[in-house]
Design a protein around this ligand. Structure first.
Ligand SMILES: N[C@@H](CCC(=O)N[C@@H](CS)C(=O)NCC(=O)O)C(=O)O
Length: 219
């Protein structure tokens, strides 16, 4: 690709196996929408190549290109923007009407993108850094625990983040799942988060998306 932009009635997802990278794959699996998967190998720095920078000048995955004849070629970067774009395009997992329900989903979507995503990412980075910077690590662990507490309180008496399963759940899942593996003690005593993680992890679409796989269709 990436320069050429020929509408072909198809979605292209440029991504890699990371928490931000799996979010759109989960949503596409939940929607049962086919797409072309393009792996951008972060270990080889492909996200900083000139071709890729044409799609996302910020040099990060994921990126979605919608080559639908009706929209021309829409290039969407930032995982939150991709989730919102797909939810709006297919009319699912985001309340359509302006009002309290839509506002809640978008609030929790952007909370995830600006809180848990960067903070949990930095917990992982500082946990693995050598030499270890204890002050920085301690700071991000404390902030991660605070965010987990906020999420746990939100999930009290709720099956999902908002009234119904939505892109707010999809955005949060890969990061909370990653934190649960990297630093399980950060989730200690947060039963609501544990139950939500289990519920999410059982969903077929979530399972497929986490492996960057698509729904298989009968031939
Ligand atoms: N805010 C962006 C963050 C994207 C991001 O950090 N992507 C990471 C993978 S999870 C990446 O591409 N890292 C490679 C790099 O920074 O060079 C989003 O939500 O899409």
């Amino acid at each position: 690709m990436p320069g050429s932009c020929i509408p072909k009635g198809m979605l292209d997802l440029y991504t890699w196996q990371t928490p931000n990278g799996t979010k759109p794959a989960i949503l596409l699996a939940e929607l049962e929408v086919p797409y072309e998967l393009h792996l951008v190998d972060l270990t080889r720095g492909e996200q900083k190549g000139l071709d890729f920078l044409e799609l996302n000048p910020n040099g990060k995955i994921p990126v979605l290109v919608d080559r639908d004849e009706h929209v021309g070629c829409a290039v969407v970067f930032e995982s939150g923007a991709i989730l919102q774009y797909l939810a709006e395009k297919f009319g699912r997992f985001l309340p359509h009407e302006l009002g309290a329900k839509r506002a809640a989903v978008l609030s929790w979507l952007y909370w995830q993108a600006t809180g848990p995503a960067p903070v949990f990412g930095l917990v992982k980075r500082f946990a693995r850094a050598t030499p270890r910077d204890d002050a920085a690590f301690g700071h991000f662990v404390a902030e991660a625990k605070r965010l987990v507490g906020v999420f746990d309180a939100r999930l009290e008496d709720r099956e999902f983040v908002c009234d119904e399963y939505s892109i707010a759940d999809i955005a949060a899942y890969p990061w909370f799942e990653a934190l649960a593996k990297e630093l399980p003690e950060a989730l200690e005593g947060t039963q609501n988060v544990h139950h939500w993680l289990k519920r999410m992890g059982h969903r077929p679409g979530v399972k497929l998306g986490m492996r960057l796989e698509q729904v298989k269709r009968a031939a």
